[in-house]
Write a protein that binds this ligand. Structure first.
Ligand code: HEC
Ligand code: HEC
Ligand code: HEC
Ligand code: HEC
Ligand code: HEC
Length: 195
């Protein structure tokens, strides 16, 4: 009697896995074989059938990809990635028990790790107030250096005022030199943070 109940339990559980298999639309001979061998042996030795099903589909999808698509997948989707984000050290920055949501106040977060930053007697306005996120994103970016915009566009977000040194700037810009080729974006030892 006990034996029968045990057998019935097994059959039911096998049926359950078959339902999973069916609902996934069948997943080829590999899984079919594993499931039947489970039924006949009575002793499930293999991971659950739905796991095989998933593996099988992933494998099949990979095999269907053309070489070109594979290349595309292998390509970087971002130009720059912040190491603590890439390494999934989310809690190095985020702390949901803090009011700010971060390990320290939001405007101190970046310099929490980037200590000794910025360097120079003169500090750029947004950097001085810890507004790093005016120019950077914290996770990953399609621009270099985690920039919110391409390197040669990021300054233009705020600096729309006419340049005193107009001639110089016009020449530079027409040669596609970026602002940060001449100016440090953060700070410097002269008023204009020239490099
Ligand atoms: C270097 C610090 C840092 C790390 C590491 C980090 N975050 Fe963030 N995260 C931030 C900051 C700062 C913001 C706020 C961005 C803003 O206000 O524009 C943010 C915002 C977010 C948001 C809100 C939505 C968004 O994207 O703006 C989510 C969700 C999030 N982070 C998840 C994560 C996860 C998950 C990880 C780990 C894989 C992670 N973060 C790692 C600093 C970090
Ligand atoms: C938990 C520590 C930590 C915090 C907090 C942190 N960073 Fe970083 N950051 C790193 C490390 C580690 C590197 C890689 C080494 C380096 O360049 O110093 C890095 C590199 C960078 C880089 C260079 C990326 C590149 O591709 O060249 C930028 C830009 C940057 N961080 C900006 C920020 C900004 C903006 C914040 C605030 C939102 C911030 N960091 C907060 C640890 C941190
Ligand atoms: C006005 C825009 C702006 C602000 C604000 C800003 N950055 Fe940057 N940052 C840049 C640009 C542009 C670069 C890339 C420089 C280059 O390509 O030469 C950069 C590069 C970096 C780098 C890479 C290493 C380096 O020095 O080039 C780090 C780290 C960094 N920033 C951290 C920060 C932190 C931390 C803050 C806030 C305290 C901050 N930045 C605020 C524009 C800014
Ligand atoms: C978020 C807005 C913002 C962005 C983006 C920004 N700046 Fe500024 N910048 C300011 C503010 C605010 C000041 C201080 C007020 C002033 O002197 O005009 C300033 C001042 C300066 C000064 C000194 C001007 C002076 O007369 O003393 C220079 C040089 C400068 N920025 C260059 C840059 C460069 C290069 C970039 C791009 C990397 C950039 N800025 C991006 C807001 C910004
Ligand atoms: C070829 C190098 C070079 C490039 C590129 C350059 N600058 Fe300058 N910039 C200078 C020099 C040199 C000065 C100082 C002029 C002076 O002493 O009167 C200056 C001065 C400034 C000043 C303060 C005085 C003023 O004219 O308002 C600001 C703000 C500024 N630059 C922003 C920018 C921005 C924004 C960009 C990109 C659009 C940029 N610069 C690109 C060399 C450059």
């Amino acid at each position: 009697m006990v034996h029968k109940a045990e057998h019935l339990r097994k059959v039911l559980s096998i049926c359950a896995s078959l339902v999973v298999v069916a609902s996934l639309g069948g997943c080829g001979t590999l899984t079919a074989y594993k499931v039947t061998s489970t039924i006949f042996d009575g002793v499930p030795r293999m991971p659950p059938a739905d796991k095989y099903c998933k593996d099988y589909h992933e494998q099949a999808m990979l095999e269907e990809l053309t070489e070109e698509a594979k290349k595309r997948l292998g390509q970087k989707t971002s130009e720059s990635e912040h190491p603590p984000y890439a390494e999934k050290r989310c809690n190095d920055c985020h702390d949901k028990n803090k009011e700010s949501g971060f390990v320290v106040e939001a405007d101190k977060l970046c310099v929490h790790c980037h200590t000794g930053f910025p360097k120079g007697e003169f500090v750029h306005g947004p950097v001085a107030v810890g507004a790093c996120l005016k120019c950077h994103v914290p996770h990953s970016s399609k621009n270099p250096s985690l920039l919110v915009k391409p390197r040669n566009e990021v300054c233009g977000v705020c600096h729309t005022e006419p340049r005193a040194a107009m001639g110089l700037h016009k020449t530079a810009m027409s040669k596609e030199i970026a602002c940060v080729d001449c100016h440090d974006p953060h700070a410097g030892n002269d008023r204009y943070f020239l490099r």
